[in-house]
Each structure stands twice: as C-alpha cells, then as structure tokens.
Design a protein around this ligand. Sequence first.
Ligand SMILES: Cc1cc2nc3c(=O)[nH]c(=O)nc-3n(C[C@H](O)[C@H](O)[C@H](O)COP(=O)(O)OP(=O)(O)OC[C@H]3O[C@@H](n4cnc5c(N)ncnc54)[C@H](O)[C@@H]3O)c2cc1C
Length: 485
Amino acid sequence: MRTGESYLESLRDGRTVLLDGEAVEDVTEHWAFAEQARRIATMMDRTAQDTTGELTALDEETGERFANMWLIPRTGEDLARRRSGHLAWAESSFGLMGRSPDHVASALTAMAGAADLFDQAHEGFGANVRAFHEKAKRESLYCSYVIVPPQIDRSQPAHRQPEPFLYAGVSAERDDGIVLTGAQMVGTAAVFSDYVLVTQIRPLEPGDEDYAFSAVVPISAPGLTLHPRVPYGSTEDKSFDYPLSSKLDETDSVVIFKDVFVPWEQVFVIRDREMVMRQWSATGANVLSNWQALNRFTVKMSFASGLARKLAELHRIDQVRPVRAQLGGSIAVDTVSMQAVVEAAMRHSEPIAGMAIPGPQYVNGGLNMQRRIAYDAVRTLRELAGGAFMALPSSYQSMVHPDTAADVEKYYQSTGIDTIGRVGFLKLMWDFVGTEFAGRQQQYELFYAGQPHINDVRVFDTFDWQQGVDLVDRALVELRAGADG
Ligand SMILES: Cc1cc2nc3c(=O)[nH]c(=O)nc-3n(C[C@H](O)[C@H](O)[C@H](O)COP(=O)(O)OP(=O)(O)OC[C@H]3O[C@@H](n4cnc5c(N)ncnc54)[C@H](O)[C@@H]3O)c2cc1C
C-alpha cells in the first residue's frame, strides 16, 4: 500500500499552487504546507501498516488490504468498519481537519456503489465511476472536491453570470474528452490531494447545461491552478504559541481551470442537470460523506470537552457547582448527543442503491445540531476562560528571555502545574477558540455541508413525520370515540 514517503513524493508533481502571486515549487517543503503534508503522510504510513482493520479492510477477491474509506458499505458492519477509519483520521487532527481523505472518498464510494445510475443517465459512465473508485482504492488516493461556484452573482443561474465560464463548465467537447474552463469557489485540502472532483451540488437551471457535469481531474493537470487563502502557519517556528495553526492548516484554495483537458474515462456526468443532483441524493453520496463529517465532529467535541475540563481544574473552579452545571449542561451534553446521533445513523441505516447508507434523518439532523453545537462549545470555553487568554506572554521568547523569564515564571504560574504547562495549555485553547485558525474552523462548521437553510429543508424531507402523525391520529380517534360515546 501507499506509504507516507510515496505520498509526499507524489505531491512533487508540478502542481501549480500560486501563493502571494508566486508559484510554490514544492508543497512538501514550503512553510505554509509542509507540516500538514507531513501529518497526512504519517496517517498514510499508519494505513499501510494496519493489519487490525482500524484503517483498512480486506479485499475478499485479491486478499489485499485497502483503506476502509473506500469500502462500499453493504451492511451495518461495513459502516462500523468505515467508522473506525473515520475516527482514526479525525483523532490524528483532534477533529480539526474537515477534508481528511475519507470525506470525499465517502462521496465517491457511494457513487461507485450506485454506478448503475450513472449508466442510466449516460451509457458507459457507470464504468468510469467504478474504474476510478477501483483505482483510488488500489492506490489510496487522496481526493478533494469543488462543488460550489464562485460568489459572483447568486441571483443569476450559471449561464447568466456576467461572462460565460466564470463558473467551471464544459467549454469544449472533443473525441477524446472534455475541456473545462472557469473557477470553483473553495477546494479545502486541494493542495494536498491527488485528484479533485469537479461538479455542482446546487440545482442548475435550463440553459445551464454546460455547467451540468461531473469529473475527476488530477491536481497536476495542465491549466489547473490553486490559489490558497492566507496560510495560518509561519516562516518561524510558532509551534508553542500557535500549536494548532502551525500544524493543522488544511488550506482552502480557489481552483481555476484554464482550458483543462479531461479524458472521457474521468467524466461521470455530462450535460445532465438532473443527474448532477442525483449523483448526491440517489446514490447516498451526500449522506455517507456527511456522516464521515459528523464522526469527525464527535472527536472535535471530545477535544473541546477535554479543554473545558482541564481549564476548570487548572483554575480550580471544577468543584464550583454552577461551573459543573454549566459544563455538564453544555459541552458534555452536546458531546454525548452528537455521539448518539452518529451511532443512531449507523444503527438505522437505510438501503439506498443496494448499500447500507447511514439513516438520512439522523445525518441531516446531526448537521443542524453540529452547526449550533460548534458555536456553543466555543462560547462556553471563552466564558470559562475569562481574561486568561489576554494575560499570556507575547511569545515563547518572553518565557526564556533573561530579562523576562523570572517574572513570567512568577506571575503566570498556577497551582498544580508548572508555568510552561499553564501557558502552553492556554495557548492551545486560544488557538481553538480565538485565533484566525479558530475563526476559520467556525466558518467551516457553519458552511462545509452547504448552505444551512438547504440542509434544514433536507431535514424536513428526510425526517420521519409519519410516526408523529400516527400518534396524533390515534389521539384524535380516541378523542372522537370519547365524544361519540
Ligand atoms: C472553511 C470552508 C471550507 C469549504 N470547503 C469547501 C470544499 O472543500 N469544497 C467545496 O466545494 N466547497 C467548500 N466550501 C464552500 C461551501 O460549500 C459554501 O460556502 C457553502 O455551500 C455556502 O455557499 P456560499 O458560500 O456560496 O454562500 P451563499 O450561497 O452565497 O450564501 C451565503 C448566505 O446568504 C444567505 N442566502 C443565500 N441564498 C439564500 C436563500 N436562497 N435563502 C436564504 N438565505 C440565503 C444565507 O444567509 C447564506 O448563509 C467551503 C466553505 C468554507 C467556509
């Protein structure tokens, strides 16, 4: 199986990453990306070495192991196998890496499990979906996706934007493939991935046919450029002052396609508005990938609960009853509720296209809960901290500088822990709740699953209303019987 070293080597493929106007020669060496690339490589190594089933599954036909994120779930046990991989990946980043490889792999795996639907829309495209899934499984590929167009004029459909092909679209068809032109809004972790899935997740309108496609494109494809947002790492070593920002920046990039050629074998949908939507809903891709996201979020909530508990102990307020009630009634309750939702989704899986897909009403409901809980957790941690984050040495240098070290040692101390331990812990916590990295985390939790109101309509559509309606009907029958009697 693919090792960390071969993963890092494959990132040196001539991909075009333009940061501050300049091309990044080697993302594995560049300060903005190297640390995160290294962490992903470590997980690739863990996967390659796994014999327990934590990160891998056994291919019955070949007898070989593969990353369990590519396992097509046929049973509840398969979902449990997938889940153990999701949790291992999430724990590697304390739940802070949203688009770890298992996110988009989940979408592509559900698509492969429902490949017949792609054939029904366009003969032969089901084989493309299956073949790519097999390749990804065999080679442990890392895929990202760009499924939302740029925010240029949201009141107009794709074909009525100020110019054609501002949104990524099929600008030409050739005998051997298609040509993509335009941009997509955000590709999280695209810099670290092998392939990007390019398509749309929002409904398209008549006239938008050029934009109604789905295809996978190597990141190094000629004409594909990545434009990352401001990186949260630094040219200097900030691992003490910004322990999360400096190590776990998964990077979001605008992805621009300048006449990028894509062979037909990598095309899943062409000029089919309905199939572009069905690839998410009818295949279970949306639900399976968002279930991964909720699994990841349970780890993040555990991390938040650990921060809360440790801070309360650090400041000796853990025995104060109102504080216990505050933490019990917020972070603790929210953490177990989220764990329960993820578990319930697995137990109440639904047969979709011959697969066992986690219960949609639990996953969609969980996404709504998660958006609120993510904010509540940060607010609780901030409330608990009081002014602690502001009463910290400006940097590690202040802790070791001969002119300040003694004062820092004396006045920043805490009972029960050494000064460096207290300061380090509070810096960790601030990186979780207050830095630019933390702000981006909040934005991620709010929007990674699309527009919140669209998800809430999905909750309406998938919720089991009938159970409640039956109860009310029974009450009404009893009421009527009472009135008649
Ligand atoms: C950190 C981060 C990472 C991301 N990673 C990825 C990624 O890896 N791949 C990817 O494809 N995308 C990614 N995205 C993009 C994400 O999918 C979109 O941000 C999300 O779908 C919301 O779309 P939008 O940003 O275009 O918001 P808009 O559609 O512009 O909406 C913004 C706001 O306008 C209001 N609004 C707009 N239309 C309506 C309406 N009809 N009814 C009511 N209110 C409305 C709402 O308040 C809404 O929240 C990422 C986003 C973030 C923030």
